[in-house]
Design a protein around this ligand. Sequence first.
Ligand code: SAH
Length: 470
Amino acid sequence: MKPLQIVVLSKTGLATATLVADFFPDAKLFAAEQIASEKFIPYKNFSELIKRLYKENFPIVALCASGILIRVLAPLMSDKFAEPPVLALSPAGDVCVPLLGANSGANDLARKIAEATSGIAAITTSGELHFGINLLNPPEDLKLINKENAKSFISKLLNGATVKLHGQHSWFSSSFLPFSEDASLHIRIVNGSAASDCAFDLDTLLYQPQPIKNVSFEKGKEKGRLSIVGIGPGDQAHLTLAARTKLIEADEIYGYHYYLELVKPYVSKQRLFPTDNRQEIARAETALHSALNGHRVVIVSSGDPGVFAMAAAVLEVLEQAPERWNNVELDIEPGITAALAAAARVGAPIAHDFAVISLSDNLKPWSIIEERLVSALKADLVLALYNPLSKARPDKIKRCIELLRQHCEQQRIIIVATDVFRENEQVKICHLQELTCDFITSRSTLIVGSSKTRSFNLGARPLVYTPRHY
Ligand code: SAH
C-alpha cells in the first residue's frame, strides 16, 4: 500500500494527526496553510488536495466530518475495486470511519488508526464484522484470484452457508468463518496452473500464495525489539523484575485494555495501544511492524504469555514468513499463571500431576474440550480450568459442571478463584455438590481437586492440598 496521507482540516485535529503519524512512519501530514506547523505540508484548498490524492490512489485519512469527504469525492466515485482507502477521523481521534476502500484495506487502516488514538474503528462491512476478515482483502502473501465470485460467495456465507478450507493459512484459520467438512462453499489455496480449473465455480474462492517483499529496514536504525511479557495475575508484587524492566524501557505497549490498566504504574511516556481481546493476530502484526521500524515494543498478557495468550499468536505470524522479521529481536518473559496464583491462595492443591484446560471454544470445538475434560478426570488429575465463562456461551459452564458431577464424587474439592491478586479478589473453596455457576465469572479460574485432594482448617483459615503419596 502507498504511504498514508493524513489531512487536517482545522486546528482541533492537529494533535490527533501527529499521534497517528507516529504510528505510520512513512505517512505524510497536511494542514491548511494558516495552521500548519513545521511537521505539516501546508495546503491552500482542502477539496483540491483530497481529490488529487484520491486520483493518485493514496490511502487518505482526513480529520473532518465524514459528510465533508463524501461531498468532495462523490463526483469521482465509480469503481469499488479501484478506489483507495478513504477514512474520516473525528478531530479528537475518538471515531475513525472507513468510508471507501474496504476492499483495499480501509478497515485494517481504521483499526490501526483507532489503536493509535485509543478510539473506535466504526466498521460497517457486514462480512468482515461476522467473520473477522474481509475475504476480498487478503494479507500480502495471498492473492484472491476470482474476485468476481466474492460478492455472491460472501452473501451465501452471510445467509448461513458453511465453508471448507483446502490448504492452510493462519489468516483463515484464525478467522470466525463457519468451517465445516461437508460445506457447500470452498476456499482453495492453489499454486499457478491448478488455479484455472475451478476459477469459474461460483461456490469457490481461489487464493494464490504470493512471495513476500522484504520489508525495507533503514540502515543505521536501531534494531527493533518485540517482547511478549507476562504481567502475572494482576498486582505489582507478582510481576517479575524482567517484565517490569521491559515495560519501563518500552516505546509502545500493546494489549487488552484491562491489562494496560494493570501496568499503568510503569507507564510514563510509552505509547499505549489498547485492543480488543479477539484481535490477537491483528495486534501481533501491528506490533511486529512497529518493532521492524526500530521501536521497542511490548505486548502484554496477563499471567504467562504462553498460556492461552499472545505468545502463540505472535509465533503464528512469524512462522508465515520468518525471513521478513529478521531485524526484530524477540523475547518472551514468563509470568505467574492464574492456576499457580489461585493455588497459592488456598495451600497446595496442585502439588501433584495436573492438567490445564481452557473452556473457551473460540479457537477449538467444544467437543474437544469435553473430551479432554473427561479424559483428565478419568486420569484423576487435578484440573485448572481457565476461561470458564463468556457472554457468548453462558451454557457451557453448566455443561462442564454436569460432566464434573458425572465423573467425580459429590465431596470433590473445588476452588473458584476470581481476580486473584487484584482488587475484589474472591476465593471460594467448596465441595462439588455446592458448586453453582453463581460465583463463577469470566475472570475466575477453577481448580478441581483430584480424588486425593483434602482440606482442613488452620485456625480459622481453610487450607487445601493434594498429598504427595498414594
Ligand atoms: N495468560 C493467562 C491466561 C489468559 S486466559 C495466565 O497465564 O494466567 C484468561 C483466563 O485466565 C481467565 O478466564 C481466568 O480463567 C484466568 N485468569 C487470569 N487472571 C486471573 C486472575 N487474576 N484470577 C483468576 N483467574 C485468572
